[in-house]
Design a protein around this ligand. Structure first.
Ligand code: HEM
Length: 493
């Protein structure tokens, strides 16, 4: 009996391997022009990846061994990994490669197919609908929200000055409060309320999505449903959706009940939710579910990214006193004698050096270190075919450390952005590039400037002793898994 079962198992395995080879044969032939990472039948290169904490190291190792562009294989999936300038310029600017790679399906349970995860005509319609929400005349009204939440942040930091603190824990709650106010028009008071279930769920899901993407036995939906993590994820998603729906419903009521007078929003920031509630697609309003998808998408994409960038910038400023002094001089010039006054939109526009600091931070520590696309039709690149349904991973983290474009690439040197002439616009792509770039980049830049300016004026930033060493990991967003520790000391002028 045992022998029969064993034979059956072997037969099934052989069948699956043959089936995979048969289905992928044509694609593999068409992709012979690429360097292919040697792997095993069926499972391909899954063993090249050693879990979420090691993904960046694994990618670095693969690029060092196989060059800037290579093909890797997973069951029924072919993916091109690239940090090559020409190839990525082609991919990101192509109107034919706009769909998202297979990995994004891990976000679907939470985000549905909102702007980040949708493809084809749905994405085009949504992008057109949402783009006006990021017009500068709308964005400048959010400066007040950056300011009030920044004041809470500074108060929180005052209570821990002189101690070694994991700055990321403070910053990420600040950016979460801001995105809640901006996207939904409600405050979750993440900075004030400890142990908020909503905050816990958002944090849990951000981590879970990447863990799943890099754990081979959790990738197939069928196997994932057998694991306890599936139920944890389902529960967290349900709680988040319930919260988002309750906010949507109460906002609908408020808008219905408000008199014209109360509805007068002149000068006030209008949350993205209100715009969604007032929008129509093909002559009909968006459904509750469609609105929820977008609100949840903004919550996901809009807080951790900026939180990571601000935290890394503070870490770099703490360990580069010359850069910090330069940035502070600029603040003094802008704020003159009233150094602690609230910053205005115009002030933020004037912070040119701080902008270089942020860009240099995003070059070294891009919040989204890699992202994915997929071909939905055969595409020709330099005479070679990329067949339909091929995933492409854009490794921004590696490209932005290429010495060809950034001499002495590991050096933190914001001035390189003062002299960059735009000859190679695709060598700096923290917000992606082309038609599917980050819709929130101007919002993010204002928010990051506002936070850094406020903290710089309130505190002197110092490294810990001994200086904390980052251990980078990508949980969809770049983090340091041992924290981002610095010290802050009240600044006196
Ligand atoms: C430092 C801050 C940020 C960075 C580095 C960043 C980076 C990116 C990147 C690399 C993408 C492309 C992702 C992909 O192709 O899969 C993206 C897309 C997106 N980002 Fe951001 N982002 C930031 C802040 C924000 C903020 C604050 C918002 C919202 C207010 C936002 C909303 C979005 C949305 C909705 C998309 C999808 C756009 C589309 O596919 O059309 N991002 N972002």
């Amino acid at each position: 009996m045992l022998v029969v079962i064993l034979c059956l198992v072997i037969a099934v395995i052989l069948f699956v391997i043959k089936y995979e080879q048969y289905t992928m044969r044509k694609k593999d032939k068409q992709l012979l022009w690429l360097d292919t990472v040697p792997g095993y039948p069926f499972i391909g290169n899954l063993f090249e990846f050693h879990g979420p904490r090691e993904t960046l190291n694994d990618l670095r190792h693969l690029h060092a061994t196989y060059g800037k562009t290579m093909l890797i294989r997973a069951p029924l999936q072919r993916m091109i990994l690239s940090c090559d300038y020409d190839f990525l310029e082609f991919v990101l600017s192509s109107p034919k490669i706009l769909d998202k790679s297979g990995e994004y399906k891990f976000l679907h349970r939470w985000l549905g197919t909102g702007l980040l995860t949708s493809d084809g005509p749905k994405w085009k319609t949504r992008r057109k609908l949402l783009t006006p929400s990021f017009h500068f005349s709308i964005l400048q009204k959010f400066v007040a929200s950056f300011e009030s939440n920044g004041n809470i942040l500074v108060e929180k930091l005052r209570t821990v000055q002189g101690k070694d603190i994991n700055i990321y824990q403070y910053i990420t709650l600040y950016t979460l409060d801001i995105i809640c106010e901006s996207a939904m028009g409600v405050s979750v008071n993440a900075q004030e309320v400890e142990d908020s279930q909503y905050v816990k769920n958002v944090k849990f899901l951000c981590r879970r999505i990447n863990e799943r993407a890099t754990t081979f036995y959790e990738r197939p939906d069928l196997l994932y449903r057998l694991s306890p993590n599936y139920y944890r994820e389902k529960k967290a998603v349900k709680q988040i959706h319930n919260f988002t729906y309750s906010v949507i419903d109460s906002r609908i009521k408020t808008l219905q009940n408000s008199t014209n007078d109360q509805n007068n929003t002149e000068g006030k920031a209008v949350p993205f939710l209100d715009m969604l509630l007032k929008s129509t697609v093909d002559g009909r309003p968006l459904t509750r579910e469609e609105i929820r998808e977008e609100v949840d998408t903004f919550m996901f994409e809009g807080h951790d990214t900026a939180g990571s960038a601000i935290s890394f910038a503070l870490y770099l400023l703490a360990s580069h006193q010359d850069v910090q002094d330069h940035a502070l001089e600029e603040q003094k010039t802008i704020f003159c004698k009233d150094i602690h006054r609230p910053s205005t939109y115009n002030d933020l526009q004037q912070m040119k050096y701080l902008e270089c600091v942020i860009k240099e931070t995003l070059r070294l520590y891009p919040s989204v270190p890699f992202y994915g696309r997929k071909t939905d039709q055969p595409v020709i690149y330099k005479g070679n075919v990329m067949p339909e349904d091929i995933d492409i991973a854009v490794i921004a983290y590696e490209l932005q450390r290429d010495p060809k474009y950034f001499p002495n690439p590991d050096k933190f040197d914001p001035t390189r952005f003062e002299t960059m002439d735009g000859t190679n616009p695709y060598c700096f792509i923290p917000f992606s590039a082309g038609p599917r770039n980050c819709i929130g980049q101007k919002f993010a830049m204002l928010e990051m400037k506002s936070a850094l300016s406020k903290i710089l004026r309130a505190f002197r930033l110092l490294p810990t002793v001994p200086e904390h060493q980052l251990k980078l990991t990508s949980e969809a967003v770049l983090k340091s898994y041992n924290g981002i520790y610095i010290r802050v000391l009240k600044r006196t002028f």
